[in-house]
Design a binder for this molecule. Sequence first.
Ligand code: ZN
Length: 333
Amino acid sequence: MVMTDQPDGLTLQPLSPQERDQPEPAGPFDVVVRIAAAGVCRSDLHILMGELPVRVPHVLGHENSGWVHAVGPMVSTVEVGQAVLCYPFVSDGLSSPERRGVDSAAPGRRTPGIDCDGGYAEYLLVTERSLIPLPDDADLAAMATLTDAGLAAYRACRKAATALEPGCLAVVLGVGGLGHLAVQILRSTTAARVLAVDTRAEARDLAMSCGAHHACSSGELAATAGSEATAVIDFVGSDESASSALSILGFGGSYFAVGVGGSISSSILQVVANETRIEGVYVGTYPELVELTQLTLRGDVRPVVVPYPLSDANQALRDLAAGAFVGRAVLIP
Ligand code: ZN
């Protein structure tokens, strides 16, 4: 299977060998969702290739939308038939990180599709707490991609936006499932100039159709961006992408790492002299997903999706690995 430099989404904490041998613990599940669509993420390839161990048998799919199919007796905020988005972290909400809104750091949280069965299926077990109700006429195939790809892009853009005054340069490295959403989010929430970078001409075309002011290949980046970027959001994640990102940052500029791979290398002198800010972005919070949902429902963000029948999941994964499409693949049961 050929790996490309396409952006990654949700990353994983591998199970230890001891954990893999244990039966899957019962979750705090209280809602069954009938799946409308499940996004296909590069993390799914990492699982399939054995780079990220999971218990087997395992159902992939951590980027899900659907309709409430059944509820437990204590559920009160959603009802059967309700269209919903599934926030990727499932937990009881009792830990300190969850009380601060950072469910991604909760010690006991579960992520369906990663450490329990996910949405490459007709039905999914989740919790009431993890659901975001949607209008009946919402495009559930497009909106499924918000829950991981969109959410990580949104969190990165939100962090970047604090320094992006009008006219500042924001650079998006990698225009795949996350990057094409980041371009739209930056355009709709800032007055920055947006430069999108991708090796594929069709991805650059997608970036321009999403509102990027400029698009170039990675080989053209230095000449196009100069050394004045205020923020670089790296959805690729490689030695090369990190190096080129740091080289185009202006004084006080920020590098946001989202895609996973490679290492960041810089002299401390350079970081100090340029007051460079380096920050990782790990998925996002429930309130951020609500905000992104609202942007999408009002048409400011339009996910580009490539639908596959659930029965063609293997083909969708092969096509993702080969970089055979632009946008985000979704599986439709
Ligand atoms: Zn993912």
